[in-house]
Design a protein around this ligand. Sequence first.
Ligand code: KG4
Ligand code: ZN
Length: 384
Amino acid sequence: MLLLAIDTSCDETSVAIVDKDRVLANKLSSQIKSHKEWGGVVPSLAKRKHEELIDLVIEKALRQASVTLEKIDVFAVTVGPGLAIALEVGIKKVQELAHRFKKPVVAVNHMEGHIHSAFAKNSQGKPELTFTFPVLCLLISGGHTEFVLMQDHGKYQIIGETLDDSIGEAYDKVGRMLDMGYPAGPVLEVIARNGNEHAYDLPVPMKYSGNANMSYSGLKTATMQVIQHEISSSRNIYTEKFNKRIQESYKKRFGNIKIQSDSLHETRDEAGIVADIAASFQRAAVEQLLLKTRYIIQSVFGKKPPSHMIIAGGVAQNIYIRKKFRRELKDTVTIHYPTSPKLYTDNAGMIGIAAYYNALRGNFISDIKSLDRMPNWRVETVSY
Ligand code: KG4
Ligand code: ZN
């Protein structure tokens, strides 16, 4: 079964060709550069860019997979959650293609896609993984932070979620205040490696909430207050000189990826403060995830902890988070991540894999013409 999948839910125009659960091509045209100067995603700009890029990305994906549109058995598209006017672009394109080639359509939930990034195989059928249900899924990205209990493909229950910001958003906003550009999450992680995570006593949100919900806006505000305090203190972390130097040191470190804390020696005072704030924020942000995971394993699973856990979404690339989870769960749960680097951030490969499992269940759209975007579609209402 050959599927062509499209995801235009946010700021990546992505098209994939999937053969059953194997990803043959996963093409992506990122709009990060276009949104960078605004410090976040601008929906109208995203829509325009998707429209400009979609045909080209389809062509690239087909070429890489060495298939033609005539060979495609199923068309799949993300219909939500995501930016309404951006989702529309992918939906329209799939309606057009399905009509032209008289083929069925699968409407995919974007979060179901993120979950399936851990089920994806490459063109050689690797890796071969087995999952024992129920699987506990933690989806951490720029748009979402949620725990999903997966009973089977197509059967999901949200057991905890953020009540305000997502974790990725918090990383991005705090990082932006520290001059780390956009998206700031990956930069903040690297800078934090040079810091002392106990330097600032930032609060772990929702510590005593007695449920698996999360929150990031309070931690973000508390961190911003610390930054403001440091700016106004005698240590003034925002002198022009400091800004120039830290920009240079970011560049130096990201140019060759290898991070040497030695390169910071010269600017230890100012850069050290930034690193300490970043590390302290990260400690509190991640402690919340660990705390809620512990809570779920004890209170939802009780005597029988899950055998498998999936951690997916852009933030799952964070090495600090992965280390913490490995240490925390090494004796109880096998943790799975997206099976290749391209499957972490938004991409159509994961949408194609989710679509394949939907197609196996015959979960096709009956009236393609009336297919509509669902910007707030919750994964638990995916039909089985
Ligand atoms: O999955 P994704 O592309 O977005 C959504 O589906 O929403 O994830 C993007 C988010 C951004 O907020 C970015 O800053 C964050 O993932 N991110 C990270 C890291 N890499 C990406 N956050 C923290 N540490 C990282 N290493
Ligand atoms: Zn996403």
